[in-house]
Design a protein around this ligand. Sequence first.
Ligand code: PLP
Length: 348
Amino acid sequence: GFQIYTAGGMMVKPGPGIIKLNANENQMGSSPKALEAMEKELSKCNLYPMESITNLKQKIAEHVGMPVSCITAFNGSGAGIQAVAEAFLNPDDELLICSPTYMQYYRLPAQFGAKLVEVFGKDGVSTDLDALSAAITDKTKLIYICNPNNPTGTLLCPDKLSTFIDDLPDHVVCVIDEAYIDWVADDSYPSMVSKVLCGKNVIVLRTFSKIYGLAGIRCGYAVASEEIITCLSAISGIFGTNRVAAAGAAAALEDKEFYKAAQDNNTEQRAYLSKELEKLGCTVVPSSTSFIYFAPHCDTKECMSYLESKGVYIRYFSEEYIRVSIGLPMQNQKFLDTIGEFIEKSCV
Ligand code: PLP
């Protein structure tokens, strides 16, 4: 079954000869426009970040087409995931998820004396909205849906997700974690931010850590009703993030060139890696993200150890599945060559 397993490669130090494809980081680096803006901002670090946060929220508001009052920033969307739980979860409440999904959700209920309720998709990898609907009770307070999903890379049908949100009872708050939505190849794929205006308790979370290549600065945001945003801001503090991160994130939103280059590399390399892994006999879950979840049909822990012994770090999930982040062509090739060696030796 699905296990939360963080040992091994997560803590690996980046460096020469290390292929770090274990944490869904952007291997193209950071948006150059963001780096430039952050360098400039350093000279203002003696000042509280009021105007830089206001500017960031304004830029986000334009980007998502929502009023500024519906936006708040965090030190990474992970802090947003935590703030939502802190705002809404009381003892005996239920937090509902469809497994396997993002690790952080699993740790939330225990912190607040709440209960984790897990459903499983029929195919073991996709988010099952019918199963989630059927599992809602009077005690359900929060539902976390990661779309596209980490670690499996699967994407929901937007119409079905929209209907699911419309049909939610009023006592339920639903988080749509869109950390990976920028990697969806279809540019017309809709964000669920539009649902925020429909009077539903929906919170959309987004991050600058992925396509903008800014995981190290810790900046993410929520889009939700004014009422919910007021509540989340009270938890994350009046600023939510710092001046340098806010300047970098605001500039990144305008760096169309970097965004497109990152997306193009990812789309091309995702297709290549998927095809090559299949040629090696792996079962590959079709991915809409910057990583691929696959079953190599061999001992996955031994496979990880072999890769690590060659300086290639990916992520373990279960006896069946492992996940590789999509990197630059040379990194992906090194990963493919190395896992190919292991599969040839061990899996036949
Ligand atoms: N949500 C998902 C699904 C993620 O995979 C991650 C990070 O990997 C996050 C949220 C948190 O990202 P950050 O805190 O860097 O914004």
